[in-house]
Write a protein that binds this ligand. Sequence first.
Ligand SMILES: NC(=O)c1ccc[n+]([C@@H]2O[C@H](COP(=O)([O-])OP(=O)(O)OC[C@H]3O[C@@H](n4cnc5c(N)ncnc54)[C@H](OP(=O)(O)O)[C@@H]3O)[C@@H](O)[C@H]2O)c1
Length: 386
Amino acid sequence: MTMRRQVTILGSTGSIGKSALDVVRHYPDRFDVVGLAAHSNVELLAKQVREFKPEHVAVADAEAGLRLASLLPGTHVAAGAGALESIAAAPADIVLCGMVGACGLRPVLSAIDAGNAIALANKEPLVMAGALIMERAKANGVRVIPVDSEHNAIFQCLHGHRIEDVRCIHLTASGGPFYGRPRESLAGVTPGQATRHPTWDMGAKISVDSATLMNKGLEVVEAMWLFGLPLEKIEVVIHPQSIVHSLVEFTDGSILAHLGPTNMKFPIQYALTWPDRVPEPMGRLDLTAMRELTFAKPDFSEFPCLAYALEAARTGGTAPAILNAANECAVEAFCNGSIDFLRISDVVREVLDDCEASPDVTLETVLDADRAARARAGHVMAGLGV
Ligand SMILES: NC(=O)c1ccc[n+]([C@@H]2O[C@H](COP(=O)([O-])OP(=O)(O)OC[C@H]3O[C@@H](n4cnc5c(N)ncnc54)[C@H](OP(=O)(O)O)[C@@H]3O)[C@@H](O)[C@H]2O)c1
């Protein structure tokens, strides 16, 4: 008999959160949802609460908390600063972190401090403070299971192998909606065009990050921390079909690849049921329907954000936190129409040049770096007329 798992889902109203609830919905005998949290989409969250009846409900936005409470009479709603941290720490077998951006840092740490296992989709906290998160996870005996499809693939390929035997990992990247287009032709592309991903259906921020390839840069840093690998052992390879989710190359020349359908429910399900494998309800990959699988080197001059992320990873300390904050600000400005697509990388470049990274990674240094980089990004964008 399988043990029921108590699951908390942070960011339940987003793309990852909704997919996670679909997985849970499919296995009512395996999971109990004990916590749901979002930012401000109270209509959807209220619907989810009525369906899954979690003990704990939280929204990060205080005003949204009042609206949610009026939609759910009799339900205790935690709201405002600190609400996600407390729900992350409530007893659960696993906390799926599916919120977007730096806002996830404190809740991720809070879940770890409480001893709750983590299924991690929210990559930005690991980029900002990977050393801190992984040290605390180790100290608390907490497992961090990757949900990002590439890292979930590597996690699966590494099973039963020694990390010392890894020559390198190959992180696959689809190349995003603009792959193959010359950079000059991207001036004036709209948020609608940038978020129309060719192979994945995702939230706005990660879709824009995929279009600039910043997403792959963030994933390189994510992989360094999740697997304890140096930057030199992480390669990025463009694979437009998004069928091979990543590969591990061993010192003896063997390469193990993970293939699967382009659907985030697969890695989410694996993370939530690990180490069990349960029958998939989502359709198999038809090998004979595949026409080609291609792999190419990324062009760093076409995708400067990828180069900047690798540079920040090489610098270390709080440099990735600075990069992340600058990128979050620039992507938000692009999405609300304030800056051109091509200015995203310019903003990141300027902020990286202007903000000095600290070699120490503590919660304080990381939050200071995040704040300083956001302020600097504001100035840089003001200079662009924003
Ligand atoms: N989508 C994918 O396929 C995919 C794949 C791999 C990795 N990831 C990673 O997973 C994370 C989530 O991505 P997504 O595409 O699911 O994003 P999304 O669709 O934009 O959803 C974001 C979720 O986070 C919540 N949120 C936003 N700001 C918040 C705040 N300040 N405090 C608390 N909650 C907040 C949102 O709540 P409201 O709805 O109330 O605003 C929503 O539930 C990202 O880090 C992304 O890089 C995503």
